[in-house]
Design a protein. Structure first.
Length: 275
């Protein structure tokens, strides 16, 4: 069950590197196009994917609720593809989404800002100032996406196994380094343990989707954990009705072997003047 994640900066050359790594290893590439192709089967429209894919929140409650649900569905697409193994996950916070799976090779493709601007300008036939604006906006958007949804600094190198600067290394060498690294004996020896963790991640994602889909549950402060198929609900809701509804939704998800409901109920405070 080999899995490679590739985080990239716009204009760093990550796109051709990801394609060539997948081609050389015979792996399936999970990218924006793959997600679009799978979207309909998961109840996602192309517009929903476009609005949620690698985007930070709108900070408008109604829009954020739908975007959060759509993002969880996109993540489920990625996780279920990863379970099949031999995949290259391009972007989408893959290195964070697969947290706890030690057999994943987490890579990052970077280059100096002005080099990336020049590449993007040439690739898209853009004025350099326009390319500079788009590259900077992309950096801010992706950094915001990772920070908001995974609470992590996008550039923190400790979360990657390989960081490749394409100003220094050629595209061919970058591909070779990644392909050689995924065969490292340290990764090979722990592949089996990753499958169980990934199965639990998928079940957690399905439970999250089930609860987010319920209109009568305010899931903002809920937390969901899964271990060996046992679902644990914690956090808080505003009524026993919500607590019961959350448990019902979680139990309805295929794969849930047992459930512990530790949700606390904190009722809305009422203003004495209302009585």
């Amino acid at each position: 069950m080999a899995i490679i994640t590739i985080s990239r900066e716009m204009g760093s050359g990550g796109i051709p590197i990801a394609h060539k790594v997948a081609e050389k290893l015979g792996y399936r590439l999970i990218d924006g196009e793959t997600i679009m192709e799978a979207a309909e089967a998961y109840g996602l429209s192309p517009e929903a994917v476009e609005q949620a894919d690698e985007k930070p929140p709108h900070f408008v409650d109604t829009l954020d609720s739908q975007q959060s649900l759509d993002l969880h569905l996109i993540e489920l697409i990625i996780l279920e593809a990863a379970l099949k193994g031999n995949v290259v996950i391009y972007g989408r916070g893959g290195q964070d989404l697969l947290e706890g799976i030690r057999s994943v090779l987490r890579t990052r493709i970077i280059a100096p800002f002005e080099d990336r601007v020049e590449r993007w300008s040439e690739r898209e036939w853009l004025d350099p100032d326009r390319a500079r604006y788009l590259v900077r906006k992309s950096d801010q958007q992706r950094a915001g996406f990772i920070k908001y949804y995974f609470d992590r600094d996008w550039e923190d190198s400790v979360h990657y196994d390989l960081t490749i600067n394409t100003q220094r290394l050629s595209e061919e060498m970058a591909v070779k380094v990644i392909c050689d690294s995924v065969k490292d004996e340290n990764l090979e020896s722990i592949k089996a343990s990753g499958k169980k963790v990934l199965s639990d991640l998928i079940l957690r994602k399905r439970v999250e989707i089930a609860i987010l889909s319920a209109e009568d549950i305010d899931a903002y402060l809920l937390e969901i954990g899964v271990e060996d198929g046992v679902v644990t609900l914690s956090g808080q809701v505003h009524s026993n009705v919500e607590k019961s509804a959350a448990e019902t939704q979680a139990r309805s998800v295929e794969g849930t072997s047992d459930l512990q409901n530790n949700i606390g109920v904190v009722e809305y405070r009422t203003n004495p003047s209302d009585h």
